[in-house]
Ligand binder design. Sequence first.
Ligand SMILES: [Zn+2]
Ligand SMILES: [Zn+2]
Length: 248
Amino acid sequence: MDSFIQTHEPVIRLTAFFAIFAAMALWELRAPRRVLTVSKPRRWSANLGLVALNTLLLRLVFPVAAVGLSATAAGRGWGLLNQVTLPAGVELGLAIVALDLVIWAQHVFFHAVPVLWRLHRVHHADLDYDLTTGARFHPIEILLSMLIKFAAILVLGPSVVAVILFEVILNAMAMFNHGNVHLPERLDRRLRRLLVTPDMHRVHHSVAADEANSNFGFNLSLWDRLFGTYRDQPRGGHAGMTLGIGRA
Ligand SMILES: [Zn+2]
Ligand SMILES: [Zn+2]
């Protein structure tokens, strides 16, 4: 099973990417949350150009990628989860939740350390907010993220399936929670008990420093609540708030 998934990893990831991209793009057209201010072709070509560049760069610099490393770690017994025997579902859940915590901490770190913020501000420099914002990252941030993921895999020892599933979920959730979509408030509230919703993450893209330093999560809303960085709504409201980079 693991080797089948590992072999087909690029196909699984690409299929998931295109399916979710198409679904979110249609949803944004049907029920937009905000009026976009910058020309869409210009933003989309910049954001998707970065995606293409980053994808290529990752494959060139790290040909084995995270999946290959998790297979090696499993074979050699490296990492906590490769040292213990747990039911497969429990192990999968633990691995995904732990990897999500790593991503959350990494995001906080990229805001707190000035040299890292200079990379991460590319993500915040988008003056509009839609599904392509979720893929807009400086190439060096993408490479550093991969190194952090490698370290997490070596310490944690997640299975190949867990790593692929996590990457597909993260990719899907990044497109979802950057979506310029309108969710009914009650549904948003319900989803937010567990997951990061578009309204929750949009607060993080505010020019106001206190709002930008909140809601760092990508998948689970738990970490921001747990570590005191949760902010329910932007002061100016979702339609009125200003997106972008504030004056530090
Ligand atoms: Zn950020
Ligand atoms: Zn974001």
